[in-house]
Design a protein around this ligand. Structure first.
Ligand code: HSE
Length: 336
């Protein structure tokens, strides 16, 4: 499969590393050989229609733009690469922009219009124009996958849409942001100050490029919007979500909660008629009382009643699990 990667930050690099490490496994198990024919970052692009040497590219990208790879080009190259390179799949992995979804929104549209399947973790285009992108994919006859946009490694969307397909989903709620969960957990268990833990979360590569999106609950609200659209069939926009972040949660509040056998979690809830995000008291031992960078998502269903799924909700390697899963799924569905 010929692949274009747009965006080469933590996630793009993480995925490229997995392609290198799992090359034998992918070929032997699925007959899948991912040829990455182009990679674009903010400053340029590396291209080779026979497939880039990803180990070399990762070395180059440690210090410089991918444009420094042999034969690379400087400048804003993403659209040019999407249009000009022959490829089966475009991974759109640029940072989330909740105002207008750009540049990811245009990248995704251009990929679809040029007949390429799209896999993305980028929440911006999904919250700005879920319906438009979903119908454009259908119109263009391409696959559009975004498993990595909610829950990191946890297959939240696929679980709901495939394995729970016979259920009416009455509510989905959960701890959907690894950064704030990490911060709240460390503040609660070790009393580490907010600013220090935030810096640690950034070093772990789990925080958004603009971490206020995490802290103010916007990232969770994006995920609630995506879940409302993709699994509840609600035409929801980000502004429909009532949001409170964790920026006003004091160490004192966390301590008092702890003494009462409770923990404070940033919880998102989506049900028909109500979409909200805010800090909630959760008793220790409750399925949503997960620690560290873990996420937990609870479905309320008519047949299955209740299902909770837990796992790592952020991090380049963990998120690659979903990004790669989407590729394998497209390969299995369509061949190639
Ligand atoms: N910043 C996000 C988080 C990344 O902390 O959960 C995964 O969406």
């Amino acid at each position: 499969m010929r692949i274009i990667l747009i965006g080469f930050g933590n996630l793009g690099k993480g995925l490229a590393r997995i392609f290198v490490d799992k090359a034998d496994f992918l070929r032997k198990t699925y007959g899948l050989v991912p040829h990455v024919v182009a990679v674009a970052d903010e400053r340029g692009a590396a291209m080779d229609e026979n497939g880039l040497n990803l180990s070399k590219l990762l070395k180059v990208a440690e210090k410089k733009s991918v444009a420094a790879y042999e034969g690379g080009k400087r400048g804003k190259m993403a659209l040019e690469v999407i249009e000009d390179m022959e490829a089966d799949v475009v991974y759109e992995l640029t940072p989330t922009n909740i105002k207008n979804g750009e540049p990811g929104f245009t990248h995704i549209k251009r990929a679809m219009l040029t007949g390429k399947h799209v896999i993305t973790s980028n929440k911006g285009p999904l919250v700005v124009a879920f319906g438009e992108l979903d119908s454009l994919a259908r119109k263009c006859g391409v696959e559009f996958r975004y498993s990595a946009s909610v829950g990191g490694a946890i297959p939240v969307i696929n679980l709901a849409r495939r394995l729970l397909a016979g259920n009416e989903i009455r509510e989905v709620c959960g701890v959907l942001n690894g950064t704030t969960n990490y911060i709240l957990t460390r503040m609660s268990t070790e009393g580490v100050p907010f600013e220090i833990v935030l810096r640690e979360a950034q070093e772990l590569g789990i925080a958004e490029k603009d971490p206020t999106l995490d802290i103010r609950g916007i990232d969770t609200a994006c995920k609630i919007t995506i879940l409302a659209n993709s699994i509840l069939g609600i035409d929801a926009k980000l502004e429909h979500v009532k949001v409170t972040g964790i920026d006003r949660i004091s160490s004192e509040a966390i301590r008092l909660a702890r003494e009462a056998g409770q923990t404070i979690k940033l919880v998102g809830v989506a049900r028909r008629g109500s979409l909200e995000v805010g800090p909630r008291l959760v008793p220790f031992g409750h399925p949503l009382a997960v620690g560290g960078t873990l996420n937990a998502v609870k479905f309320e269903l008519d047949l299955a009643r209740e299902i909770t799924i837990t796992g790592f909700g952020a991090g380049p390697q963990e998120t690659s699990s979903s990004l790669l899963g989407d590729l394998i799924d497209i390969h299995r569905t369509l061949g190639g």
